[in-house]
Design a protein around this ligand. Structure first.
Ligand SMILES: NC(=O)c1ccc[n+]([C@@H]2O[C@H](COP(=O)([O-])OP(=O)(O)OC[C@H]3O[C@@H](n4cnc5c(N)ncnc54)[C@H](O)[C@@H]3O)[C@@H](O)[C@H]2O)c1
Ligand SMILES: Nc1ncnc2c1ncn2[C@@H]1O[C@H](COP(=O)(O)OP(=O)(O)OP(=O)(O)O)[C@@H](O)[C@H]1O
Length: 524
């Protein structure tokens, strides 16, 4: 009965290191189960040794559980440190690149854009407030925001149109962009006037290149695309880019479309933002999401034409495309800067930096759900370093304000004006009576961790696509991206948003109460 393994008080004399080295490596949680099963067998008779032995086994089971839990928490801590290290490294790399880009730009102030697919673009990170001396005070100039590679002898020279963004206050254009939001005068804290700032885009040189993106397998989209390309070429003398699939379709129609350009591989797609002045989408909201997903960095202004069923983000009527495009190419135009989320999947199994996956940008939302598993999700959520909650239900949606009218709305989240900067935290069917959706400010970083004791893996999907499995120990980290999606407005941001929720969702539609009925009397 191995009495020498028990100390005088009947407890095991296992030291912590013995427990870790001996038990964790040789026994698994299965051993704990085996011990429990042994314990459940009734102890026959009144033999003191048997009673003592069963107590010892109980203690061993407890020690095993503690060691397993300790290991899980140490792994979670290690994953968190790795996440912090990766974020820090990314930030430093970005800063380094920006500095280099600023130096290069000072050396060569010429604004001519050069196509060089082999070279990655470098950006001035406006969103992080690190633009320094590059950007002006009362608006932003595109040539100050975007800096691309140096000229390459093999590449074609294309001059990309420059534009200026400015803020309209109270319906009037104003150059008085206020920097002091909070002031402290004579001991009184006051805030600056909060006027609504509709952003206006004014071309400083004529746009020359248009990228047309179309919903596949739609006859009406195909017909409009052919007509629009002819018009843009013949009347506006523009360069046209389309997806490789569409170019093939066009050439099947007529060899006239030989002038239409496309790309060969993903490296060229990465450089599209340096060639294209304007993106036109023909389809529904899915086509706008598709367009946004093609740009892993800065996005050119998008003009979304409605050829879908709902069209929340597609305010332009396709029948009047000539009139709209005339006005947009002339400028100025009102735009909505739609924020995106930058999502990183951090694998517990990643042993080194090379295994870190590419970050993914979403315009609507990232969803972490239970996939095909029938178990509840068990997702630990942190906001920066603070614990938020544990989601036990079907899953969680981290949404932008543009995405607030999509999946998040269906899961009970608020509808939020797309220009409000924030991250929506909306549970999907939580198994709890008090789990209300939250909205976090734009500057936070959210981390959703699948704990080691989760019964099943979770699944992440990005704007409803690209499902990725998150195994126990994996995490998804998400924060506001520095590259918004500028979409042209038909009127202005607020008008377009309200029109969408009225026409698209019939928001708060109710028959007006008749006048013919009881009335409040004036006296109490
Ligand atoms: N239960 C749900 O409501 C549910 C479930 C899955 C996905 N979705 C949404 O579908 C989106 C993907 O769209 P898709 O077109 O590629 O797939 P899809 O073709 O399945 O369309 C989904 C629907 O969502 C609408 N939609 C998309 N973005 C919207 C937005 N920002 N505001 C209002 N409505 C919007 C589309 O118009 C479409 O009617 C996902 O990002 C997600 O938000 C919703
Ligand atoms: N250029 C494209 N290439 C590949 N897939 C695309 C492209 N454009 C759109 N899609 C996909 O096609 C699907 C349908 O597109 P979209 O949502 O625009 O049309 P819809 O469903 O008719 O309109 P709505 O979203 O308004 O209901 C989406 O899932 C979208 O991701």
């Amino acid at each position: 009965m191995a009495p020498n393994k028990l100390n005088s008080s009947g407890n095991t004399s296992l030291s912590c290191s013995q427990a870790e080295n001996g038990f964790v490596n040789s026994f698994s949680l299965f051993s704990e189960k085996a011990v429990q099963e042994l314990l459940q067998a009734p102890v026959q008779g009144s033999d003191d040794h048997l009673i003592e032995f069963s107590e010892a086994l109980r203690t061993v089971a407890k020690a095993l559980r503690q060691v397993a839990e300790g290991k899980a928490s140490a792994q979670a801590e290690a994953a968190e440190w790795r996440r912090k290290y990766e974020l820090e490294r990314d930030r430093n790399l970005k800063l380094e690149r920006e500095e280099k880009s600023c130096l290069e730009d000072q050396a060569d102030p010429d604004d001519v854009r050069t196509i060089n697919p082999a070279k990655q673009p470098t950006f001035c990170n406006e969103a992080n407030g690190q633009s320094g001396k590059c950007c002006s005070r009362n608006g932003i100039c595109s040539h100050e925001v975007l800096r691309d590679g140096t000229p390459d002898s093999d590449s074609k020279m294309v001059k990309k149109a420059s534009f200026k963004l400015s803020w309209f206050c109270k319906g009037e254009q104003s150059d008085q962009y206020k920097h002091d939001i909070v002031s402290f005068e004579r001991g009184n804290i006051t805030t600056a006037e909060r006027s609504s700032k509709q952003i206006s885009l004014k071309w400083e040189s004529c746009p020359q290149t248009v990228l047309i993106l179309t919903k596949p397998n739609s006859l009406s989209v195909r017909i409009l695309c052919v007509e629009m390309i002819r018009w843009l070429r013949q009347q506006k003398k523009l360069h046209i880019y389309v997806e490789p699939r569409v170019r093939v379709e066009l050439l099947t129609e007529s060899s006239y479309f030989n002038f239409v350009e496309t790309w060969k591989d993903d490296t060229e797609v990465l450089m599209l933002h340096t060639k294209v002045d304007l993106v036109v989408t023909l389809g529904g909201d899915g086509t706008v999401l598709w367009a946004a997903s093609m740009f892993k960095g800065p996005v050119p202004p998008i003009v979304p034409f409605s050829l879908g069923s709902l069209g929340f983000m597609t305010p332009f009527y396709s029948e009047r495309y000539k009139e709209y495009l005339e006005s947009i190419l002339k400028g100025p135009m009102s735009i909505t800067l739609r924020h995106r989320l930058l999502c990183h999947v951090i694998r517990d199994a990643a042993k080194n930096d090379y295994e870190t996956e590419e970050p993914i940008l979403v315009l609507n939302e990232v969803t972490i759900d239970r996939g095909i598993s029938s178990f509840l999700t068990n997702l630990e959520c942190y906001c920066d370093d603070s614990f938020v909650t544990c989601v036990q239900g079907d899953g969680l949606i981290l949404s932008t304000t543009s995405g607030s009218t999509a999946y998040s709305l269906a899961a009970g989240g608020s509808m939020v004006h797309p220009q409000v900067p924030g991250i929506l935290f909306t549970p999907i069917c939580p198994h709890s009576l008090s789990f209300r959706p939250l909205i976090f400010p734009e500057h936070v970083s959210l981390r959703v961790q699948v704990p080691f004791n989760s019964r099943s893996p979770a699944w992440a999907s990005f704007d409803g696509k690209d499902r990725k499995q998150l195994a126990p120990g994996d995490a998804l980290v998400c924060s506001m991206a520095p590259w918004p999606v500028p979409t042209a407005c038909l009127n202005d941001s607020t008008h377009d948003f309200l029109r969408s929720i009225h026409d698209g969702l019939h928001w708060n539609l109710r028959k007006t109460q008749s006048f013919d009925g009881p009335r409040e009397t004036s006296s109490p």
